[in-house]
Design a protein around this ligand. Structure first.
Ligand code: SAH
Length: 210
């Protein structure tokens, strides 16, 4: 496939997402701007604009585009907002968020050092100014707090770790898959001075936080 073919496939994907999902045009424009085929392994390039998760090595997957769109929309961020991502993976989701918040505003932690190194190189090559660190997202970027929003691309056991909530300022959002009674739910927490408000956004399937 040529770059023109990829761009056409991406436009078709975005048109389908627009019909199916209740997400903002800002989110859809971000999906339309990011070349997902540059983020997936060679063997899956031709499926890059199918709306499904794809393997990225190390037993991990990049989420389906509709899930990235829904999570990005729930983050409700704007230009200049500082965002923490736990689980860089291939860097695709970070690039979508970076399209909205702009350069220097996304901070992403990845537990698998090889994935972190590849994502860092790939994001830089594609012109995304995203800070990637190798390590446990629960204690990464402590010095870069507070964040306006945070999200996990791996499922938290039972609840979002306190260490992550602590790095989000009051009024800020945390979007995460959370395991509960054998299934996972997508939740959005809004951090308040005296606790968190919790919304449930349905059943999901993510790799676990480790
Ligand atoms: N957002 C990614 C999705 C990657 S899948 C993308 O666009 O490709 C989730 C990732 O979370 C995996 O790469 C996994 O290694 C990572 N992960 C799991 N537990 C983690 C932790 N405690 N800290 C940081 N990353 C973690």
């Amino acid at each position: 496939m040529t770059d023109t073919d990829h761009a056409a496939a991406r436009r078709d994907l975005v048109a389908a997402l627009r019909r199916r999902l209740d997400v903002s045009e800002r989110t859809l424009s971000a999906i339309e701007a990011v070349p997902r085929h540059e983020f997936v392994p060679e063997a899956h390039v031709d499926s890059a604009y199918d709306d499904r998760p794809l393997p990225i090595g190390h037993e991990q997957t990049v989420s389906a585009p509709h899930m990235v769109a829904v999570m990005t929309d729930l983050l409700d961020v704007e230009r200049g907002d500082r965002v923490l991502e736990v689980g860089t993976g291939c860097g695709y989701h970070a690039a979508v968020v970076a399209e909205i918040v702009g350069p220097g505003s996304v901070f992403s932690a990845e537990r698998v050092p090889e994935l972190a190194a590849d994502a860092r190189e790939r994001l830089a090559r594609l012109g995304y100014d995203v800070t990637v660190t190798a390590g446990d997202g629960r204690d990464a970027f402590v010095d870069s707090a507070p964040f306006d929003a945070a999200y996990l691309t791996c499922a938290a056991p039972e609840s979002v770790p306190e260490a992550i909530l602590d790095r989000v300022q009051p009024g800020g959002r945390v979007v995460a898959p959370v395991s509960a009674g054998g299934e996972q739910r997508l939740v959005r927490l809004t951090v308040r001075a005296d606790g968190v408000d919790r919304e449930d956004h349905g059943g999901v399937r993510f790799v676990p936080l480790r």
